[in-house]
Design a protein around this ligand. Sequence first.
Ligand SMILES: C[S@@+](CC[C@H](N)C(=O)[O-])C[C@H]1O[C@@H](n2cnc3c(N)ncnc32)[C@H](O)[C@@H]1O
Length: 266
Amino acid sequence: MDKIACSVNSLYERYPYPSLPILNEHDLVSKLHANVMSKILATAGLESSSSYNKDILDAGCGTGEKSCYFAYYGAKVTSLDLSCSSLAKGKKLAEKFDLEVDFKRCDILDFKTEKMFDHIFCLGVLHHTNDPYGRFRRLAALCKPGGTITIGLYNLYGRFLHRAKRMWIKLNAGEDIDRRMSFIENSIYGRKFKNIHEQVYAADKYANPHESYHSVIEVVDWFNKNGISYIGSYPRTDTGIFRSFFTQLKWLKNRNGFFIISGRKN
Ligand SMILES: C[S@@+](CC[C@H](N)C(=O)[O-])C[C@H]1O[C@@H](n2cnc3c(N)ncnc32)[C@H](O)[C@@H]1O
């Protein structure tokens, strides 16, 4: 593991993300769909039923909620992550709903397989690595012609205010995760975390040792270099230089400057 992967992994081993409170089928299917999956799928022009019998790769699956959602709809899901505690939670969730998901502990860069995938999802992962484009290229090579790839990244402009907050946390609490978490609890939330989900959300958002920031134009360039055509994004954007720039400025109003963007392999 490289130095960045090691430090990022120490956070997710302690705070496996997103650790959603999935208690029943309604939480896994309808609630997850309404909260996140409908937006993610729409960027690639997909519906939940599009998963049926498809080979899906969930790269950096975290605690596996999205992997289980795809498996519920009949997809053959492979899920990778570096964090053992996240994978353990994912496996437990799959078992709870009697779903088959092939969970593997692996860095995206080191993932070796003969298999190609119809749909690849990599949400909130690449910006926590030392080489986001290198890992994107690896994923693009695993996508079948006509297949889709969907990535979620922190935005170069939209996350500006959040970056200032992160700097303030670092100035006050340094690099140590425990000190950062107690500073976040006392000074940002001003109260005890309500539950484990809120705690892991805060860890991911404010205590992460490494994050990088990316623009729409940069990702469209990644797409072009790898034979991928842009399909859509959430929030919506144009892919022209000027229009996308002004759209991304509007993302400053979003809570965390996170965007999801999809393309199709030619
Ligand atoms: C913010 S979480 C996102 C989890 C999930 N994709 C989601 O959308 O809920 C980031 C995940 O990426 C994983 N990760 C970070 N670097 C990785 C790498 N190089 N290879 C595989 N997984 C990685 C972390 O362990 C963590 O579980």
